[in-house]
Design a protein around this ligand. Sequence first.
Ligand SMILES: Nc1ncnc2c1ncn2[C@@H]1O[C@H](COP(=O)(O)OP(=O)(O)OP(=O)(O)O)[C@@H](O)[C@H]1O
Ligand SMILES: [Mg+2]
Length: 255
Amino acid sequence: MHMTTQFRWLQKNSTKKLEAKMISKTFTLHNRDSINVAGFSEVSFSVNQGDLLALTGPIGVGKSSILKAIFRTCLVDSGSVLFHHSDGGVVDLARCSESSMVNLRRREIGFVTKSLNILPRVTALQAVAAPLIDLGEDQQVSLFMAGRMLDLLGIREELFHVSPLTFSDGEKQRVNIARGVIAPKELILLDEPTASLDDESSNRVLNLLQGLKEKNIAMIAIFHDKAGIDQIADNTYEVCGEVFPTTVEAHWEAA
Ligand SMILES: Nc1ncnc2c1ncn2[C@@H]1O[C@H](COP(=O)(O)OP(=O)(O)OP(=O)(O)O)[C@@H](O)[C@H]1O
Ligand SMILES: [Mg+2]
């Protein structure tokens, strides 16, 4: 009886990739007399395979922190983050072991952050190919695929052998996206992927994301521009809630 119920539950959620359930986070600034800063509160959403969920909301409301909570570079105070493996198993990212999380980050969950973190003297081609080489893919094949990805995003070939640290912000951003999506993943998190791009580059990125959707990859992306959302998002979750130091009064009273 129990088995049947569980089976039905898995069947019903078979296309679901990630569910955030009532996740909350308050940052405590220990070097500032333990002032608490609201991160996000009681956030719940889900995203299916092949869908893109857009996170929207005002500045400072906790959008980037939510992505970090999914990637577990920020720990939630409460709630769960259920990741559905393709074999039907479910893992709570808020509670799984660090080694499981390391494996998930390598093979299943990608994160395109806002900044490109690479070492000096690494070329654009090498930077983009690195996640594939890390998974054991042949070096030449990886570099070839990196070139195709950069070309797709409109990076000029003359820049392929240059360090992206000298690139313009828009070029850096596109190298970062290429690097974040080149290896196969099941879920990709993107923090403002079109933020510093012009219309043409923005469209190239949105076309790339459309291609990932067609490969059944689930995505959660922060967008500030409505055009991007209209073009690519299947669902939108508006993060809301007042953002203010929650214990300011208590802090002053105690002072
Ligand atoms: N590591 C941290 N330590 C302390 N406070 C933090 C930390 N990270 C985020 N915060 C606070 O949490 C709140 C939400 O930040 P977050 O970066 O998630 O906002 P956001 O919605 O992404 O904003 P934006 O649209 O400007 O990118 C902010 O008030 C921020 O100061
Ligand atoms: Mg942000």
